[in-house]
Design a protein around this ligand. Structure first.
Ligand code: NAP
Length: 310
């Protein structure tokens, strides 16, 4: 029996679901390995206002659930598992998935990027005890409390705005006084009366692991080096993401930050292996661009398999 898959898709964010939809409709019976963070970044966000087709916006988790349902309707198979090892050197490609070895003619890497941490001495010990990278998941626990959000991009603005629903005050702490955030998001956050901006300020550590909860942050003024403590009950990080591509080191080309390098949008240097979405896109990183590149990867898979006579 031929147990070689036509296509395996790593990741179940926008890019993965779209690749699954297209390859399923092409009757390639894709297997989607959902990965560590099923649903990807959209499942951690709130209202998405810039995905075309939803004039009043749509909640991120609902959008991603719809995408999955749509792909499943055409026969995409989903498995809650992640790839621990991949060998791209031969045909078929072999993937280690738990105790199972999966063989496939083509691979679509749509493994996305995960939240970045600050790397503070006490940070890891306080994750789940007031340190969080997901406002949507954990904001509710800090109703009526003062909290901090770190970062100067759209993620930080979005988190800060979302957290005003619960918090009595949100301190937005950014290491510079210029922002990467889009003007509309920055304006909204700056105009919000519950959000205080603390700029040119670096977080030195989060307190207090001895109490097993966040009680404050030790901050340093980037201009004069002065340190001070800000009492808060939670620290939410909005400082960007790290691509989930480490397992391909030595097999695929990456840039200095570990994003997969692609040519013609989705081609890696290995024939039959394509990368799409945030794992290869450090520039746009939007739901719609991830979905678009998932579509491209799927069309290339179709073409590749056809050329190989499958
Ligand atoms: P980003 O734009 O790369 O911003 C990351 C922010 O974190 C920057 O302000 C950066 O500071 C700061 N930062 C990074 N490492 C840090 C560190 N070690 N210590 C302190 N600060 C640190 O990332 P993002 O906000 O996650 O956005 C990524 C993409 O997603 C963007 O294209 C964005 O437009 C998009 N996005 C869109 C929406 C929306 O439209 N609703 C929501 C979220 C994200 P520096 O500026 O000093 O480097």
């Amino acid at each position: 029996m031929d147990d070689i898959r036509n296509v395996v898709i790593m990741g179940s964010g926008c890019a993965g679901h779209t690749a699954a939809l297209y390859t399923a409709r092409a009757n390639l019976k894709p297997l989607v390995l959902e990965g560590h963070e099923p649903g990807g970044q959209l499942s951690l966000t709130t209202l998405v206002e810039n995905f075309p087709g939803f004039p009043d916006g749509i909640q991120g988790p609902e959008l991603i659930a719809n995408m999955r349902y749509q792909a499943e309707r055409f026969g995409a198979e989903y498995k809650l598992a992640h790839v621990s090892n991949a060998d791209l050197s031969g045909a078929p490609i072999t993937l280690q998935v738990g105790h199972e070895t999966v063989r496939t003619r083509t691979l679509i890497i749509a493994s996305g990027a995960s939240a970045r941490w600050l790397g503070l001495p006490n940070e890891q010990a306080l994750i789940g005890r007031g340190v969080s990278s997901c406002a949507t998941c954990d904001g509710f626990f800090f109703s009526g409390k003062d909290i901090a959000v770190i970062g100067g991009g759209d993620s930080a603005m979005e988190e800060a705005l979302f957290l005003t629903r619960f918090a009595s005050k949100v301190s937005l702490i950014h290491r510079r006084d210029e922002f990467r955030a889009s003007k509309i998001m920055l304006d909204r956050a700056q105009k919000h009366d519950k959000i205080d901006f603390i700029t040119n300020t670096v977080v030195e550590d989060v307190l207090d692991p001895a109490k097993n909860e966040v009680t404050g942050l030790r901050l340093r003024d980037a201009n004069n080096g002065k340190t001070w403590e800000l009492p808060v009950s939670a620290m939410f990080l909005g400082i960007g993401h790290i691509p989930n591509a480490r397992m391909f080191a030595g097999q695929l080309d990456m840039d200095q930050d570990g994003y997969l390098k692609t040519t013609n949008n989705v081609f890696t240097k290995v024939p039959g292996v394509y990368a799409c979405g945030d794992v290869q896109d450090r520039r746009y990183r939007q739901a719609i661009t991830a979905a678009g590149s998932g579509c491209m990867a799927a069309l290339e898979v179709e073409k590749f398999l056809e050329e190989q006579g499958h």
